[in-house]
Design a protein around this ligand. Structure first.
Ligand code: AMP
Ligand code: GLY
Length: 432
C-alpha cells in the first residue's frame, strides 16, 4: 500500500523510515517532509503540501491511492484532520478533533484526569486575569501557570515565587503573548522529580504500551537554560521498571481511556503521558496525542515489529488481535543537533557537511528535522542546508546506554555546520 506521513520534523522522518521498512508498503509520501525524507531512498518521496492544507492533502491521498495516512504533530490533529479524512472514507491514524483536546486544551485534560481519578497536580482554571491574580495572592507554594491552548510548547511557565506567577498571568492575560491559547489559564502546584514519557497506542479499548523514553527539555547540559522542544531522548529508562510501567498503565492510561469513552470523545492513536516521578509516585504533567519528538526516534529504532499492522488495527478497533510489540533489547540514544540561537531566533541556510561520514558509523541513524535541499546548478549535486531550530536527531544503538551514547556522539562528531551545537550529556541521567 501507499502511505502518507504528514509533517516535516525528525519524528516524521523516523515514521517514514520505519513505515517504509514494512513489507506491506510500496511507497511513502511525506508532506512536506525535509531533506532527510527526500534523500532516504527511492520508496520515500516528499510532496510540497503543508500540514494544515487539508483539501490538498485529501486530494493527494485520493489521487495516489493512499491506504494509510499518519499524522506527526498535534497541530493538524487538533485542527481536525482525522475527522476530515474519516468523512471522505480515507484511513488515517490519530485521534479525532474532539479527542485531540486532551492535548489542545489543558483544562479539558485536567477535567478528564480529575474524573478518572488519575494522579496529577492539584489545579484551578480561570478565565479572568484578575480572578487568577486574586487566587495567587493567598498562595506561597511553587506554582505552574499554563495557557490553556496550544502554544508551540511555550505556554507553560514554571514559577519560583508569587511575583513570578503573577507576572506569568500578566503575560498570558494582559499581554496576550499566546493569543487565544490564553483565553483560559490553568494554575497548578509545581511537582518535583524526574520527568519521563510513557507512550501507548490505543484503539479506545485495548492499550498497547510502548517502552518508556526520557526527553531533555532544557537547552543546556545539566538541565539548565530555556525550555526547548527537546534536545535529546533515550529509551529504555531505568527508573521506570516493569512494575512501574504496569502501575502507569493501570492507574493512568486505563482510567484516561475509559473516561474519554464516557465523555463521548473516544481516543484512538498515540496517547503520550508526560509524567513526573514524584516521591508519591508518578503523576501526569500533561497528555500529548501523538508521538513525541525526539522520543519517537529512539523508540522506532528499537521497535521490532510492523508499525503498519499496529496502526491499521488501531483504526479498525482490533488492537486486541495484535501481538505485544517486540523490542530490540539494545538501548537507543538520540542527540539533537541545533542551529545557533535556538530556542530563540536562529540562523538557517547553513550548508551541512559530514552527513556521508556520519552514515558510515555502525548502529547509528541520522534523522533530519530542520533541513532542506538547496538547489544548485549541477543537478547531480545535492547540497543539504539547515532550515530550522532543531536540525538533526542523531540516534545510536548499543548494548549498554553508554555504548548507545558513544555511537550517537561518534556520528555527531562527523557532522558540522556554522553554528551547530548540541547537549553533551544526553542519557547521563540514566547512568547517574
Ligand atoms: P510542554 O511539554 O511544553 O507542555 O511543557 C510542559 C513542561 O512544563 C513539562 O515537560 C514540565 O517540565 C513542565 N511542567 C508542566 N507542569 C508542571 C508541574 N505541575 N510541575 C512541574 N513542572 C511542570
Ligand atoms: N518531546 C516533547 C514533545 O514531543 O512534546
Amino acid at each position: 500500500m501507499n502511505i502518507l506521513v504528514v509533517g516535516s520534523g525528525g519524528r516524521e522522518h523516523a515514521l517514514a523510515w520505519k513505515l517504509a521498512g514494512s513489507s506491506r508498503v510500496k511507497r511513502v509520501f511525506v508532506a512536506p517532509g525535509n531533506a532527510g525524507t527526500a534523500t532516504e531512498g527511492s520508496d520515500i518521496e516528499n510532496v510540497p503540501i503543508k500540514e494544515l492544507e487539508f483539501p490538498k492533502l485529501l486530494e493527494f491521498a485520493k489521487q495516489n491511492k493512499i491506504g494509510l495516512t499518519v499524522v506527526g504533530s498535534e497541530v493538524p490533529l487538533c485542527a481536525g484532520i482525522v475527522d476530515v479524512f474519516d468523512r471522505e472514507g480515507l484511513r488515517i491514524f490519530g485521534p479525532s478533533k474532539s479527542a485531540a483536546q486532551l492535548e489542545g486544551s489543558k483544562s479539558f485534560c485536567k477535567e478528564i484526569l480529575r474524573r478518572g481519578d488519575v494522579p496529577t497536580a492539584i489545579y484551578n482554571v480561570f478565565t479572568g486575569g484578575d480572578e487568577a491574580i486574586q487566587f495567587l495572592q493567598n498562595r506561597d507554594n511553587p506554582i505552574v501557570v499554563k495557557a490553556d491552548g496550544l502554544a508551540a510548547g511555550k505556554g507553560v511557565i514554571v514559577c519560583k515565587n508569587r511575583s513570578e506567577s503573577i507576572e506569568a498571568v500578566h503575560r498570558i492575560k494582559k499581554r496576550r503573548e499566546f493569543g487565544e491559547a490564553g483565553d483560559r489559564i490553568v494554575i497548578e502546584e509545581r511537582l518535583d522529580g524526574e520527568e519521563v514519557s510513557v507512550l501507548a497506542i490505543t484503539d479506545g479499548s485495548t492499550i498497547l504500551m510502548l517502552q518508556p523514553a526520557q526527553d531533555h527539555k532544557p537547552a543546556f547540559d545539566g538541565d539548565v537554560g530555556p525550555n526547548t522542544g527537546g534536545m535529546g531522548a533515550y529509551s529504555p529508562v531505568p527508573i521506570v521498571d516493569d512494575q512501574m510501567l504496569r502501575w502507569i498503565e493501570e492507574r493512568v492510561l486505563v482510567p484516561t481511556v475509559h473516561t474519554m469513552n464516557s465523555n463521548g470523545t473516544p481516543f484512538k492513536g498515540v496517547l503520550y503521558a508526560g509524567l513526573m516521578i514524584t516521591k508519591q509516585g508518578p503523576k501526569v504533567l500533561e497528555y500529548n496525542v501523538r508521538f513525541g519528538d525526539p522520543e519517537c526516534q529512539p523508540l522506532l529504532m528499537r521497535l521490532n515489529c510492523d508499525l503498519v499492522d499496529i496502526m491499521e488495527a488501531t483504526i479498525d478497533g482490533k488492537l486486541d488481535s495484535i501481538r505485544m510489540p517486540e523490542w530490540d533489547a539494545r538501548h537507543a540514544v538520540c542527540v539533537v543537533m541545533a542551529s545557533k540561537g535556538y530556542p530563540n531566533e536562529y540562523e538557517t541556510g547553513k550548508p551541512i557537511r559530514g552527513l556521508d561520514d556520519a552514515a558510515k558509523i555502525p548502529n547509528t541513524k541520522v534523522f533530519h528535522a530542520g533541513t532542506a535541499i538547496e538547489k544548485t546548478d549541477n543537478k547531480d549535486e545535492i547540497k543539504i542546508i539547515t532550515n530550522g531550530g532543531r536540525v538533526l536527531g542523531v540516534t545510536g544503538l548499543g548494548e549498554t546506554i553508554s555504548d548507545a551514547k558513544f555511537a550517537a556522539y561518534s556520528a555527531v562528531k562527523k557532522i558540522r555546520w556554522d553554528g551547530a551545537w548540541c547537549r553533551k550529556d544526553i542519557s547521563d541521567k540514566a547512568t547517574k
